[in-house]
Design a protein. Structure first.
Length: 251
């Protein structure tokens, strides 16, 4: 996970302090109503990246066998079982099962330890194959899995946050990523996080301060006076992981 200085340089973000608080009192995580963005000074920037609805799961399993051996192959097989068993369930149950699957099966490791790189966004196959990942890898894997389970992408966002560490009175924070699920437009999201086992609403995650969020359709950032950065062009890691997912069978 890169620090926020590098994150801001990469994406061209305003200070997290510029984010708003909505009427309910919890940090402004964004709503799905376009009008709310217009009235709160946020902007939706279309990205246009998609992950297809007809994955080649046999190809993913073959690649797992070739690249990662027994453990990686077993993880992919269990993931396929999850997809099969959760397919017809209501969205809230899908979310619970997917969150529990990755939080229990995948170990948290820093990118430098896994990939020898300061910041690497892994595909679900890579995360399952290594059996380890950092917060971005957990979030991407959960997002893609829920999309394959037909949870609408407009209800989900990958959210960069500042995560407070060291207790409620600590002033120390670090860059972190979580997945937000919006059951209805305008509703506060549920937060899927690898740091804790349960799924909580945003109003019960006072340790997290949102910075920006995105999904396959767009990128939501705070409006900063004088900013000329183009987040769509600069979010290259997301484009790269989409390309690698497609090559691995998620077409």
């Amino acid at each position: 996970m890169q620090d926020f200085a590098l994150l801001n340089e990469t994406v061209g973000l305003p200070s997290p302090g510029a984010w708003l608080t909505n009427r309910a009192g919890f940090p402004f995580w964004g709503s799905l109503r376009k009008g709310l963005y217009l009235t709160t000074g946020l902007v939706l920037i279309g990205i246009g990246f998609t992950v297809g609805a007809a994955p080649d799961l046999d190809k993913m399993l073959l690649l797992a066998q070739q690249r990662y051996g027994t453990t990686g192959t077993q993880n992919v097989q269990q993931w396929r079982t999850l997809l099969r068993e959760a397919h017809g369930l209501p969205d809230p149950e899908k979310i619970k099962r997917v969150n529990a699957f990755f939080n229990r099966r995948i170990a948290f490791r820093e990118d430098a330890e896994i990939w020898g790189a300061a910041d690497y966004w892994a595909t679900p196959l890579e995360t399952l194959g290594r059996g380890a990942g950092d917060c971005e890898d957990f979030t991407i894997a959960k997002y893609v899995t829920l999309k394959l389970l037909d949870v609408p992408i407009e209800r989900m966002r990958l959210i960069y946050v500042r995560a407070k560490i060291g207790g409620p009175h600590s002033s120390i924070s670090q860059a972190h990523m979580v997945l937000g699920y919006y059951a209805t437009p305008g509703e506060e999201p549920l937060v899927l996080d690898n740091l804790i086992t349960d799924i909580r609403s945003a109003s019960h995650r006072s340790d997290l301060q949102p910075v920006f969020s995105f999904n396959s359709d767009g990128l939501w950032v705070g409006q900063a006076a004088g900013s000329t950065a183009n987040p769509t062009a600069r979010l290259s890691r997301w484009r790269d992981v989409i390309t690698r997912m497609q090559a691995e069978g998620l077409e």
